[in-house]
Write a protein that binds this ligand. Structure first.
Ligand SMILES: NC(=O)c1ccc[n+]([C@@H]2O[C@H](COP(=O)([O-])OP(=O)(O)OC[C@H]3O[C@@H](n4cnc5c(N)ncnc54)[C@H](OP(=O)(O)O)[C@@H]3O)[C@@H](O)[C@H]2O)c1
Length: 237
């Protein structure tokens, strides 16, 4: 891995990337809510999935960074679409952050490892309008977070996760959920891997949903390169 930005002091520093200095450390959100970061991967032509999954876009260095970012999180937030498409399991390892799944339909596999083998119990973020029978089933295997009436109010959900002691929320997808965080202006940090592939097709971008009249500015904090993958870290502009 090579560091391109910030400019390394010497050529030796460029090759000896200090990931800890670039990605670890204190993150504190604005008053009343946690820090919200997102980790995504995209092809050069902007596709966030190949044949409905991210596997083809993600190489060994991306997976290593994925794990490192998880270690920074107090809770990993994912949309139910991503859980279903990627077959999400629980975070493994010592002292893992729990996964929090956002869903209205509650059409989730309650017998999967995500709910039955999680060291840190999985959370389900849903709304009052969700089906009562499914809510009862969810409560048997997960901790329920209720935010919003007919659809999860994502701002309220983030505040509630903060009240549960989760100071850093890492969103791992998908595009629908990230779109909601962006619209609500809750995104503090975006870690984006640009995979050196041209995917074509009509795969989603990393953000879908409402078009913003005023696109949100982000500030480039660092750029790393490994085997033609680019690892971009942006912070709130
Ligand atoms: N490139 C990347 O880094 C990356 C990362 C993650 C995923 N992906 C890809 O993205 C695709 C999935 O995209 P997606 O946009 O469908 O995924 P998503 O954002 O993970 O899931 C959308 C689903 O999440 C739930 N949801 C989101 N916001 C909600 C809200 N405010 N209230 C209630 N429910 C809410 C709904 O679930 P219910 O339908 O259960 O109500 C909704 O259908 C997959 O192909 C996956 O591989 C790519």
């Amino acid at each position: 891995m090579r560091q391109l930005l910030p400019p390394p002091a010497t050529p030796a520093d460029a090759a000896e990337v200090d990931l800890g200095a670039l990605y670890d450390g204190e993150r504190s959100g604005p008053a009343q809510r946690p820090w919200v970061m997102a980790n995504f991967v995209a092809s050069l032509d902007g596709s966030a999935a190949v044949e409905g999954r991210t596997r083809a876009l993600s190489g060994p260095a991306d997976r290593a960074l994925f794990r490192r970012l998880r270690a920074q999180a107090d809770v990993v937030l994912v949309g139910a679409g991503t859980v279903r498409a990627e077959g999400y399991g629980p975070v493994r390892g010592a002292g893992p952050a729990p996964i929090a799944v956002v869903s209205r339909s509650l059409e989730l596999d309650w017998d999967s490892a995500l709910f039955t083998e999680a060291a840190a119990p999985t959370l389900v973020v849903t709304c009052a309008g969700a089906d009562a029978t499914r809510r009862a089933r969810a409560e048997q295997v997960a901790e329920l977070v209720l935010a919003g009436d007919q659809w999860v109010d994502i701002g309220e959900a983030i505040v509630q996760l903060g009240r549960r002691g989760h100071g850093v929320v890492l969103c791992e997808g998908g595009p629908c959920l990230l779109g909601e965080l962006v619209v609500a202006d809750l995104l503090d940090e975006l870690c984006l891997t640009l995979s050196p592939l041209v995917a074509g097709g009509t795969g989603p971008r990393i953000v879908t949903g409402a078009m913003l009249r005023a696109p949100r500015p982000l500030r480039l904090a660092s750029v790393l390169e490994d085997d033609s993958d680019l690892f971009l870290r942006y912070l709130r502009g």
